[in-house]
Design a protein around this ligand. Sequence first.
Ligand SMILES: [Zn+2]
Length: 404
Amino acid sequence: MNLIMNLPGMKDVLVKKVVEAGEFIQIHLELERRIHRCPTCDQRTKRVHDYRIQKIEHLKWFERKTQLFYRRRRYACTCGKRFSEKTEIVERYQRTSVEWNQAVSIRAIKGKSFKETSEIYGTSSSTVVRRFDQIANNEIKKVELLPTVIAIDEYKGDTREGKYQLIIADGVTKQPLDILPNRYKNTIKHYLKKHGANVQIVIMDMSSAFKAAVQEALGKPVIVADRFHFCRYIYWALDKVRRKVQADFHDYDRKTCKRMKHVFHKANERLTEDERWHLARYLDMSDELKQAYELKEAYCKWFKRAKEIGQEDIITVKQELVEFYKMVELADISELSNAIKTFKNWQIEILNSFVYNYSNGFLEGINNSTKVIKRNAYGYRSFLRFRAKILLTNQYKRIGTHIG
Ligand SMILES: [Zn+2]
């Protein structure tokens, strides 16, 4: 057999024979003799010194473990230098092929866990982790200067470094940029002082620690409160009222009201007939709940309009928000009054979200995929490795999972 094959990663390889040996497929191969330049004196040579068989672990073939028996040629130069031929099959001092290394690296990023990857490739977890750390080292871009618009959010990482971590992303391109080991004010402040000279807009949820850190580090950037986060305060307030009120309902109504709680959140015009019936029933049973619900609807109306006109006419949006405050104050329901307090504390940032039209909803998506990563690996103890896994997973999003 003397087949020239263009196998992936093994261009112009001369396959001499393929043997099945126990659980292995062994491919015997060599390269064609070619002119090489001497690494010492740069002269051209084609003179063969000798051959050495190099055994290389390769990717599975037909679901069988595969080894390459590479008959590697050494050339001799007139200057006395002897050197190995150039090849793309294997890197120096490696016992695994370049193809294998790449596949394991990508799988280490995309796969469920290092352990699973090691089982698929018939290697040890530590080998997989080593390849992963290497790729993390080479591929994760170090942040020097943050872009002009950034979004920050926390997620529950549960690593040795702490319970919560802070993710920082580009607010425009939506690419995650960095992850801080915790969400403490001083950590964020220190980081922003170092890397935030260009930052003009920061999108965040309503954490006073985040706000203080940003203001102390960056002076007066525009802070945009995330819409999803501030809307939640109104929904939470309504939930609290519902739970308080339904506790006095009779058994049956209490249970169905709890089960049907989504009807209170859903936009009124989208309710089905059945949902509308239930909603009307519970609202009839309590004036307080009815009032709270009507305030939520008023809020939704304001929110919808703010989205529509916010960029041209934020003054009107602000006036209508103040009108909404007055309605809440008049109703005098403590749960909603408390929500309004938060709104007043964050009013500028809330209004900014309509002027600038940024949100960090996309970070929610990234944090959801982070949850899956964490669960698949039964958690990460090392913050740095978890950080690398999250950043690389997002960087490699568009690279196929079919490898391996
Ligand atoms: Zn030479």
